[in-house]
Design a protein around this ligand. Sequence first.
Ligand SMILES: [Zn+2]
Length: 325
Amino acid sequence: MKQPGDINANGQQLLRVTAAKGNDFNARVWVLKCRRCGEVYGCNGADAWQRKCPRCQQAAAGLPIPAERDGEKWTREEHIIAFNLYSQIPFGSIHMNNPKVIELAALLGRSVGSVSFKLSNFARLDPTLQARGIRGLQHGAKGEEAVWDEFANNSEQLAFESARLLAQYLGQTVEEAAEIDVSDLPPPGVEREAIVRLRVNQSFFRRRVLSAYKFRCCVTGLPMPPLLVASHIVPWADDAANRLNPRNGLCLNALHDRAFDRGLMIVDEGLRVRFSQRVRNEAADAGDSADWLLAFDGRELILPPKFSPDLTLLARHRERWRTAA
Ligand SMILES: [Zn+2]
């Protein structure tokens, strides 16, 4: 156990080595994260190899986590990583007890309060929240605005860069940090890199959309993440500029996602779900098995508190399938 990313036999992962003094002879504080329960805590560097988790393995309490960079100016890299996290936290969950906020603070060497403040500043720039009269903080720094604009104008590159930076801090590969499936990837090379980049960005889009909808299907309200899909309104291949735009996404269960993707279901001007005549005809012969699918015909979408779907993109979806219906 020497560098960030290493994990000891008890499932404790090294996040960061600090220069702060521990409470043992000559020891420095190392920051560990429990892979079992997510607890983040400090310990003496010399003990790290055999440390157990204070929360779930009944070990001694951890040392305070040093926040030695607190008060220093935020770098562009830190802003990019913070924006990545902001994009994945549901509205209303940015606070000092959020485990993701605590972990990012430990990783950057900043106080939990300052990370939480930074994330709240991003909310100030969110157009959807501004439209609802949520102003966020009035005195945000320039760094947030610069990164927000960069993401808006160059989202594919920035999304991947943010995942790569986060992986670097964690001592992991970008594949590990973004939790993407690598079992079917070709060996290292140009082709693999291109696929990894694509999957990392698709995973970013999925997290962004699902967290915006608080992990509930916007048609049925189903709150089961393994059955949920971040559905593109205008397909990935058809509009490069809107590939990672969360307002080009709907959080749908897998069945309604397929129906939407194939134009069997559209969203009308009043944001109500409508099924095509074809589906309704076929459902008549399908008995009970199609009930759940069609039960939501005419229902209004359950809109998310942020990143609500773009009406012009929904109109493009309708137009695309108008003749097919
Ligand atoms: Zn634990």
